[in-house]
Design a binder for this molecule. Sequence first.
Ligand code: NDP
Length: 491
Amino acid sequence: MREWIKANAGKTYKNFINGEWIESVSGKTSVLYESAIPTNELGHFPDSVIEDVNLAVEAADKAFQQWKNTPGTTRASVLYRFADLLEANVEELAYILSAEQGKVLAESRGEVKRAATEARFSAGEAMRMDGAIMPSENPEIQTQVKRYPIGVIAAIAPWNFPVVTPVRKVAPAIAYGCTVVLKPASVTPWSTIRLMELLAEAGLPNGVVNLVIGSGSKVGDPLVSHPLVKGISFTGSTALGLRINEIAASKLAKTQLELGGKNAAVVLDYDNLEYAADQIVSAAFAVSGQRCTAISRVIVLQDQANSLVEILKTKMENILVGPAWEENVTMGPVINRQQFDSVMDYIELGKKEGAELVYGGERLQVGEKEEGYYIQPTLFTKVNKTMRIAKEEIFGPVLVVMEASDVAEAIELANATDYGLAVSVFTNQLDVSHDISDKIDTGMVHINHGTASQAHVPFGGVKQSGFGAYSIGHSNQEFFTSMKAVYVKPR
Ligand code: NDP
């Protein structure tokens, strides 16, 4: 990987608009640095402005006039080829992803393969758009409900999953007959350059998917508020999601918002704590905890608390922290200085709030000099529901443990946050698992396993974790299409 990155570093990249690579109208670029060695330049990427957004949206709108009438089988065939190309290029994409994001190669390979699976599921959706023929009040009139693609979609992605999140938005848009302007996070634009090349190679017509790279502060508002943008699929922080929703509401555009999380693992008299701890540690520290579905709270009944904490600590000791290119490493750095400072501030806050730091909590030096922002996997106990570390999304390798006296209190603690994305429950009792599914307010519930989702099952959250149609599954149809009621008098 090191040789590949060195050989491919330093190039200047452009936006992808109407099937062509075009410099930003600003004429400016920003430098992207490697996450694990932040002094290494990876490349120069466009510093786009409103004029670039306008060009991309106009190209997408023009392409929509054709694409919406292209048969579903043709749209699907592009996506099947794209999925094959993702798999054929898994190593190269994984290198790019690990270089800009910092996650270990095994995670990057997994992300690319997951993106291919989601693209294949979306391909099938092109022929699963459904409608209805309904009974009529009048025997001379037939009544139907049909679905139509809504038009140009603004797809805005965060930096933690630079391959799968863009694909999760672009693939269903293609399938349902929409067109797209994609804006990746400004710290992870490189993966999306490669995605555009693969889409073109798969035979996607010009203008169906366009890429505008630049900072959210310059291109975010112009993209979201553009009159030709009919839907905004956004994954990112809750604060930005709220702002985007306000702008969209002012022009009646649709939104699909996937926002933050503060996900709990609830352990209730479970007979296999080793297994529960394996699942929790894996869900808490994958991608260095920078996942919206990361488990960041453990809620355990008092009787099992000490035993579970001891097992968690042992499993955390086995996490090997280091750079992506060392194949035996299991956790990379956090993405950059800003994220590092934010996570370390939360660790200090946890100490001040009176929580007990029982593992980790320090910066780790990997290699000879201090390069990359590595943080030890961190565990706090004696955490209560009023502490900020128990309520706020830390988005780093930090896990907190809270004790409950009974199942009712465990449910109350699980709900004691503004977020509602995912929960894991470990229990031997079927009745308790049903009760918990009903009473914990999250979009996704996992019984006796971590928070891993599947590539065809609706994915989303409630409360401050999401809004609009769930992504990934058939639920996407609600966002990417609109309904038309048709009354037909045949003669
Ligand atoms: P941000 O909300 O900071 O940014 C997300 C995207 O929005 C980036 O591309 C950003 O661009 C862009 N953006 C910035 N300003 C604007 C604006 N005014 N208008 C439109 N877009 C704008 O999130 P992060 O990238 O920091 O990602 C982390 C967050 O994402 C976490 O809260 C996490 O929980 C959430 N997330 C949720 C998931 C889910 O499925 N629920 C999955 C993954 C992450 P730029 O990079 O240039 O600032």
